[in-house]
Write a protein that binds this ligand. Structure first.
Ligand code: ARG
Ligand code: ZN
Length: 500
């Protein structure tokens, strides 16, 4: 689904300006005057002959046209981040992005919002670059070749999350969140990875992420994956985190704070590590204490937990929200801190854990498929509630159906403004319960397990999910009851009545 889009400023113009400004680098620059593309000796049908073509400034997402970029796949991000946390947050960082071109590239884009870029190299050679809003346009000294790995190193510094339409990352486009002199975190969904590192900021490009963070002692830094190294050096401590499986950029995380890191015995083969505020060790005793049981319970329904690592980070000072960062969800203390009898903490912990299968292991191919994340996570929440003796799944669906005035939005194409609206969450969940009723529990569980198995570490579409459901039912999709059900529940505006 990549679609070629031109940069706002034609790149030939940009290059001409850069050449004028950097004549010392003339020799290294490809000759790219606008109508002067050298003809290649290859057959004229070869589209990317000669010096390479411009990489697109987006992957063609219908909601976020400039999210992600064209022409390459990222294999790894190595982020080396020095965090100043007192006062306004400030990052001094070097991002090493290992990428594989999928076309010959004379220029390519990364997504980066704000910051000063001090230097940028491609395969250790200085490259020219230009900032255009959230686009960082790179002109490597020689074009990148299809299939030949390139290593892009960006040294940058500044205040993270300060640019763009979000307010400190809390609403809108997501991003870095400066919470206090001791705490910061990242809630980067949907397009906020660019507020803290140069990335191909779209779910469809998954890559390994290593985060090395240096923070003032005695604070700690927690990211996804496994803590492979910790160095305490007087005034600062450095934490190196490594993820074992590839992730979408918005699921990469970094939380800095006054924390206690606690291992938790987990099901075989899964390393669990939770982080809670140092002054709230009781946070390990509530919903988080049942986390290993949750993993086992969901594994029975969804198939094996998809990653080597698991856990949660409980963050004070956040409004009541959470994000399913890959292998380690970020949960606001304000959610986890309910009184006796309040099941919110359990529900949200279960919701974010469900996302590890749906959203993280299997991502949305584009943001209009957000219900594949949130509808499923809502269903997981309802499953867990039933498991701990609360409402049956159907009762939860009925309660959500009755109580909600905002459900006249099609979950499978909600629009940007309703991306995280009630319909995506609740109506999406209701559809899954209707589908379960139609298919029977065993075949429905088989559908979910097959879905994760087929698309693990990739992304998928609503159509693919519905096709698979029909396949497991043993019927052609067109004209099936699944088609009728999904048209009514996922694609039409008006909320249908429940069948149970
Ligand atoms: N995916 C999160 C959840 O589990 C919601 C994130 C909301 N994003 C935002 N930019 N406010 O519900
Ligand atoms: Zn969610």
């Amino acid at each position: 689904m990549t679609r070629r889009r031109r940069a706002i400023v034609p790149v030939a113009v940009l290059l001409a300006a850069l050449v004028a400004a950097c004549s010392a680098d003339d020799a290294a620059l490809p000759s790219l005057e606008s109508d002067e593309r050298p003809t290649s000796s290859a057959p004229t049908t070869a589209p990317a002959a000669g010096p390479g073509t411009e990489g697109a400034d987006g992957v063609g997402d219908p909601y976020y046209p400039q999210a992600g970029n064209g022409g390459y796949d990222v294999e790894r991000y190595d982020l080396d981040v020095d965090v100043t946390i007192r006062g306004t947050d400030h990052l001094d960082a070097v991002a090493t992005v290992t990428l594989l071109p999928t076309q010959d590239l004379s220029t390519f884009h990364l997504d980066l919002l704000g910051f000063e870029v001090a230097s940028l190299t491609v395969d250790d050679r200085p490259a020219l670059f230009e900032r255009q809003g959230r686009e960082l346009v790179v002109a490597p000294p020689t074009p990148l070749r299809t299939g030949e790995q390139a290593i892009v190193r960006v040294a940058y510094s500044g205040t993270p999350g300060s640019t763009g339409s979000n307010q400190g990352g809390l609403i809108g486009d997501g991003g870095w969140v400066d919470l206090s002199d001791e705490w910061s975190t990242v809630i980067a969904e949907p397009v906020g990875a660019a507020t803290w590192f140069p990335s191909n900021d779209h779910p469809s490009d998954k890559a390994l992420v290593g985060v090395t963070a240096t923070v003032p002692a005695p604070l700690e830094a927690v990211a996804g994956g496994r803590l492979v190294e910790r160095r305490d050096e007087g005034a600062t401590s450095t934490f190196r985190w490594e993820a074992t499986e590839p992730m979408s950029p918005y699921l990469a995380s970094l939380t800095v704070g006054d924390m206690q890191l606690a291992d938790q015995p987990g099901p075989p083969g899964i390393r669990i590590l939770n982080a809670v505020p140092l002054d709230r060790p009781d946070m390990l005793d509530g919903a988080v204490s049942r986390f290993p049981e949750m993993i086992s319970f969901f594994s029975e329904h969804f198939g094996p937990y998809p990653f080597a690592d698991a856990g949660n980070v409980v963050v004070p000072g956040l409004p009541p929200l959470a994000l399913e960062c890959q292998t380690r969800s970020v949960l606001a203390l304000s959610i986890m801190d309910g009184g006796p009898g309040d099941t919110t903490a359990d529900e949200v912990t279960a919701h974010e854990l469900t996302h590890q299968w749906f959203g993280d292991a299997v991502g949305p191919a584009a943001w209009n498929a957000i219900w594949l994340n949130e509808g499923f996570a809502t269903y997981g929440e309802w499953l867990w509630l039933e498991h701990i003796g609360g409402l049956a799944v159907e009762q939860s669906a009925r309660r959500a159906h009755n109580g909600n005035p905002a459900l006249d939005v099609p979950p499978a194409d909600p629009g940007v403004d309703e991306l995280f609206g009630a319909s995506v969450y609740h109506r999406g969940g209701m559809f899954l319960v209707e589908l379960r009723t139609l298919m029977g529990e065993d075949r429905f569980d088989e559908l979910l397990r097959t879905w994760v198995d087929q698309h693990r570490f990739g992304v998928a579409t609503t159509e693919q999910f519905l096709q698979l459901a029909a396949e497991i039912m043993g019927v052609p999709y067109d004209g099936s009851r699944i088609a009728v059900l999904s048209d009514a529940w996922l694609r039409s505006g008006r909320l249908p009545p429940l069948s149970f």
